[in-house]
Design a protein. Structure first.
Length: 391
């Protein structure tokens, strides 16, 4: 029977500080553990049954005596703690230096050159929350027609514009110009078009976001899978993160639950290959906004959908649930956190209850997928398929 791998990335759902967390200002970080502690426990019966509580201590999530899945955690070998870095490492790319960030905004000489290139003046050029800055500068933007430029703790250059002031096609154009200009020491991981709608006091981001990512520096997992003649389907921002490399079909999403639904849609029609999903709400809506209760509820909502995913699995499927970094909402600030990420692997024909330990790189995941799907080995990473292979 044809093989499929379904990877679900719970964006920012970290599981404890890495040994070098102090270098990143992240001592004490433990996204899952700290949320559970402040919340008085998490109710995650299906993740618990897979083995989540066997990875580390999480209040309300017990270590299961006979977990259905195989469990462990992964350390990030790359330097950094953002979306691009984490996802790229899963696909076999190890970054030796972090993608650049701009905690004080972008250099004024660059902004001047950018304004000249796009034929418009801009406003903002600050570090800000995307929802906050459109409330603060939305009226000025509408009055002047100047796009709002901002960044975050991530390696991003973001441009916000009201769709009725700067149409989507024009917003795309000025973001593409930024992508071509941000090179060398300013080569951020992503340029993000952030369209919004609404009126004074009630501006809201529209679902028409688009990311313009830099190209991975060498061949990645998705390209190896595609070369096998099987499908690579992306849900959420996966297509943008990998700059479309190796992706045969993709679907954008407006939230976690739509991400689950579109994953299930692919599972119903894809015969062989890789389905990879990013569920971004954990990070975007709750981690960066220090919303502990919202984060907890979002994890529990995902847990409630797991039975649907199990039902859709075929006998030769491998399901992997993991994360790309942490974003502990209980710590001061709103930055990502340098954490291990959980690793849960389930399949009807795979072994159960295998402790996969602490993997030295996220690339072990990609190496395992490559071996399971019969592709050429990816760069970096050590497959753990032999440890979980059924009899």
């Amino acid at each position: 029977m044809p093989r499929r791998v379904i990877i679900i990335v719970l964006d920012s759902v970290g599981i404890g500080e890495m040994p070098d967390a102090e270098k990143y200002g992240d001592l004490g970080s433990h996204t899952l553990g700290n949320i559970a502690r402040l919340r008085g426990g998490l109710h995650l019966p299906h993740l618990e049954k897979l083995g989540l509580g066997n990875i580390d201590s999480i209040i309300g999530v017990l270590a299961h005596p006979n977990p259905e899945g195989n469990f462990g955690k992964m350390a990030e070998r790359s330097v950094g703690k953002d979306t691009t870095t984490g996802h790229w490492e899963m696909a076999g790319v190890i970054l030796e230096r972090p993608l650049p960030t701009f905690p004080h905004g972008f250099p004024l000489d660059f902004i001047e050159r950018y304004e000249l290139a796009i034929g418009r003046r801009v406003i903002g050029n600050v570090v800000a929350s995307g929802t906050e800055i459109i409330q603060r500068l939305g009226d000025e933007h509408i009055r002047t027609g100047k796009p709002i430029v901002y960044t975050s703790a991530d390696s991003v250059f973001q441009v916000a514009a009201h769709e009725e002031v700067i149409p989507l096609a024009e917003l795309t154009r000025i973001c593409q110009i930024a992508r071509t200009m941000l090179i060398d020491d300013m080569q951020v991981g992503r340029v993000i078009a952030r369209p919004f709608l609404g009126e004074t006091g009630h501006f809201y981001r529209s679902p028409n976001r688009h990311d313009f990512a830099i190209d991975p520096p060498h061949k990645i997992l998705m390209e190896y899978v595609q070369e096998r003649g099987i499908e690579v389907c992306a849900v959420g921002k996966i297509h943008d993160i990998y700059a479309g490399r190796g992706i045969t079909d993709s679907e954008t999403t407006k939230g976690n639950m739509e991400g689950v639904r579109k994953t299930l849609d692919y599972m119903a029609k894809v015969k062989a290959g890789l389905i990879m999903t990013n569920l971004v709400d954990f990070d975007m809506l709750y981690g960066h906004r220090n919303n502990v209760e919202g984060y907890a509820q979002a994890i529990e909502e995902f847990d409630e959908r797991l039975p649907e995913i199990y039902t859709a699995l075929r006998s030769e499927d491998m399901l992997i649930i993991t994360a790309d970094h942490g974003c502990d909402p209980t710590l001061p600030g709103s930055d990502h956190t340098r954490e291990y990420v959980p690793l849960l692997v389930f399949g009807q024909t795979l072994k159960k209850g295998v402790n996969l330990g602490v993997r030295s790189t996220f690339a072990d995941l990609g190496a395992t997928v490559a071996e399971y799907l019969g592709t050429e080995p990816i760069a970096n990473g050590k497959s753990f398929y032999s440890e979980i292979k059924g009899g």
